[in-house]
Design a binder for this molecule. Structure first.
Ligand SMILES: [Zn+2]
Length: 138
C-alpha cells in the first residue's frame, strides 16, 4: 500500500510507503505533508500521482474519461520497476543509486529510491547484499 502525499513546499504530489522522507521535487524535509490518497500498487500510484499533480479542472475531466478497462493495466506491477532497475544495474547486477535516480526521473516514476528498493526486495526482484548494496535477481 502506498500513500500519495502533497509537499507543503512545492505543492507537488508523490508516493511514499512508510517514511515521509525528502521531497523528490524540491528537497523539502518534514512530516507535515498532506495525505491526498492511497494506491494499492505502483501502476495505480503512478496514475494517481499524475492526476494529483494536474490542475483540478483537468483532473476531473481526465478521471471521467478513464474507463475501468483503461485503469487495469496489462503490465504486471513488477514490470514498472524492473525496467529502471535493469538500466541501473552493472554487469554483475549491482544497482547504482545514482543511475537509478536518473532512470526514475526519466520514466517519471514519482517515488524515492529507498521506497523503490524496498518494494523491489519485497517483490523478489532484488537481493539486499549489504547496507547500501542491492543486486538484481534475474
Ligand atoms: Zn516539494
Amino acid at each position: 500500500m502506498w500513500s500519495i502525499v502533497r509537499c507543503p513546499g512545492c505543492k507537488k504530489c508523490r508516493g511514499i510507503r512508510n517514511k515521509v522522507g525528502k521531497c523528490s521535487y524540491c528537497g523539502f524535509v518534514g512530516d507535515d505533508v498532506e495525505v491526498v490518497g492511497k494506491a494499492v500498487d505502483s501502476s495505480q500510484l503512478q496514475r494517481e500521482v499524475a492526476l494529483a499533480n494536474m490542475p483540478a479542472e483537468l483532473r476531473d475531466e481526465l478521471r471521467k474519461k478513464m474507463r475501468p478497462e483503461m485503469i487495469v493495466e496489462e503490465e504486471a506491477d513488477a514490470g514498472l520497476f524492473l525496467a529502471p532497475l535493469r538500466l541501473a544495474a552493472d554487469e554483475k547486477g549491482v544497482v547504482s543509486h545514482e543511475k537509478l535516480a536518473i532512470e526514475l526521473q526519466r520514466k517519471g516514476i514519482p517515488i524515492s529510491i529507498e521506497d523503490l528498493l524496498e518494494e523491489a526486495v519485497h517483490q523478489g526482484l532484488l537481493l539486499r547484499a549489504s547496507q547500501d548494496r542491492y543486486v538484481l535477481l534475474d
